[in-house]
Structure formats: structure tokens, C-alpha cells
Design a protein around this ligand. Structure first.
Ligand code: AP5
Length: 219
């Protein structure tokens, strides 16, 4: 299965992609996680991305496209894309690469949630710098406050999860990314709209039931 998960910052893309990846045994390819790993490693790519990420702006298309197409080529067993494509240019380049490989996207999941819910989700997010597990100080607490359940690491807050940067990320989403859903609808791709305003487990159940139908359909 080759999936794309779309949605605004804080919609729950990373949380749900991890669950989809576990259940359907496909790779989770997150452009944000790859960029953060590049930054942590101090690579040239990471340095190029740093200022954009810290100010809530999109990293330029040419930086992202090669990085993600490369990751996709290494995931022949299927994948769920998290945070990519984020502009019409990225979607077009992804289509070209898939066409050249005689592949196509199985479906697009579009998480829908209002801006009003997003701020508390993002300012309350904590994540593990070691394994990438994501928690929330209210909605998804670790067993021990501030400590990752999986590997005992101290949880951290992302530098772009401040109210000011979240506002800029939402602006970038509305101006540049929200139109990507329309791009796929116009090409008659399977777009599954999911109400992501409910609890994490309810959203997962809704995604899984839709994906099970999709799996049966493609055989
Ligand atoms: P990226 O890392 O992709 O950030 P994002 O899209 O802003 O999304 P988030 O990771 O913040 O949120 P999410 O939807 O994954 O939510 P999560 O599951 O963690 O990108 C970061 C930056 O990198 C961008 O700003 C840009 O600069 C750059 N970048 C990345 N990709 C790019 C691209 N393709 N092109 C150009 N630039 C790019 O959940 C959030 C919190 O809410 C968690 O604490 C979670 O526990 C909680 N939560 C989740 N679901 C629910 C729920 N249903 N109810 C209650 N709480 C919930």
C-alpha cells in the first residue's frame, strides 16, 4: 500500500502514521522527521532547512523533493507519506517519479481539524529525541511524566511548537498546502476525508476502517 496522509500541523499525521505503519507493515516516511534527523546530524541539507523550520516556513521544494523521492525509492514494500507533498510542485514531482517507476498512490487520507484545536495540541506535544515517540501533556501522557515509555529518554519540546511559530505554520498550510487535496481530487485519486477533531483512538479507528475497505478493494 502506498499512502499519503495530509492535514494541517498538529492534525495528528505523525501519531496516525506510526499506527498505520505498524498495522499495515509499511514504512513511515516523514519529511519533518527526516529534516530533523539531518539537522541533528549537522548535514548541509539540515543546515539549509534550519532557518525555514524555526520560522514556520516551508523548506524550498528543490531541497525536499530529492530527499523524499530518494526515501520512497528505498521503500519498495509500501509506505505512508507524512508531510509530503506539501505544495503543488512537490505533488507534480512525486507524480512524475511514480509514473517513471510505473507505480501509483493507493489512497490519500485527509485529516480535517479546525485551527482552534491545533494550538493546544502543538504546545502540549512532547517527543522522544531517541525513538521519535510522540506524547501530549494532556491527551497522551507517558507513564512517567517527561520520560519516554519505550526507552526512558527525557522528552523534549520541538522548537517550532511555540504559539508564534505555530501561527506561521498554519499560515503556510493555508496558503501553500491545503490546495494539495484539490490537486488529487481533480486527478480522481481516492481521497478519504477523516474528521480528526475527536480523540486519538477514534481517529485511528476511522482511518483503519477506511483502509481495510481500500485493502479489500485492491486485493
Ligand atoms: P512537520 O514535522 O511535518 O510538521 P507539521 O506538518 O507541522 O506537523 P506536525 O508534526 O507538527 O503535526 P502532526 O500532524 O504530525 O501531529 P502529531 O501527530 O505530532 O514539519 C516541520 C517543518 O519542516 C515545517 O514547518 C517545514 O518547515 C518543514 N517541512 C516538512 N516537510 C516539508 C515539505 N514537504 N515541504 C517543505 N517544508 C517541509 O500530533 C500533535 C500533538 O497532538 C501530539 O502531542 C499528539 O499527541 C496530539 N494529538 C494527535 N492527535 C490528537 C487527537 N486526535 N486528539 C488530541 N490530541 C492529539
Amino acid at each position: 500500500m502506498k499512502l499519503i496522509l495530509l492535514g494541517p500541523p498538529g492534525a495528528g499525521k505523525g501519531t496516525q502514521c506510526k499506527r498505520i505503519s505498524d498495522k499495515y507493515e509499511i514504512a513511515h516516511l516523514s519529511s519533518g522527521d527526516i529534516l530533523r534527523a539531518e539537522r541533528a546530524a549537522g548535514t548541509e541539507l539540515g543546515q539549509k532547512a534550519q532557518d525555514y523550520m524555526d520560522t514556520g516556513r516551508l523548506v524550498p521544494d528543490d531541497v525536499i523533493i530529492d530527499m523524499m523521492i530518494d526515501a520512497i525509492k528505498k521503500s519498495a514494500g509500501g509506505y505512508v507519506l507524512d508531510g509530503f507533498p506539501r505544495t503543488a510542485v512537490q505533488a507534480e514531482e512525486l507524480d512524475k517519479a511514480l509514473f517513471e517507476a510505473a507505480e501509483e498512490i493507493t489512497g490519500i487520507i485527509n485529516l480535517q481539524v479546525s485551527d482552534g484545536r491545533i494550538l493546544s495540541r502543538l504546545t502540549g506535544r512532547r517527543s522522544c529525541p531517541q525513538c521519535g515517540a510522540v506524547y501530549h501533556i494532556e491527551n497522551l501522557k507517558p507513564r512517567m511524566e517527561g520520560i519516554c515509555d519505550r526507552d526512558g529518554q527525557k522528552l523534549v519540546q520541538r522548537t517550532d511548537d511555540t504559539p508564534e511559530v505555530v501561527a506561521d505554520r498554519l499560515k503556510a498550510y493555508h496558503e501553500q498546502t491545503s490546495a494539495v487535496v484539490g490537486y488529487y481530487r481533480r486527478r480522481d485519486k481516492t481521497v478519504i476525508d477523516i474528521d480528526a477533531a475527536g480523540g486519538i483512538d477514534d481517529v485511528t479507528a476511522s482511518i483503519f476502517s477506511n483502509l481495510d475497505v481500500l485493502c479489500n478493494r485492491i486485493g
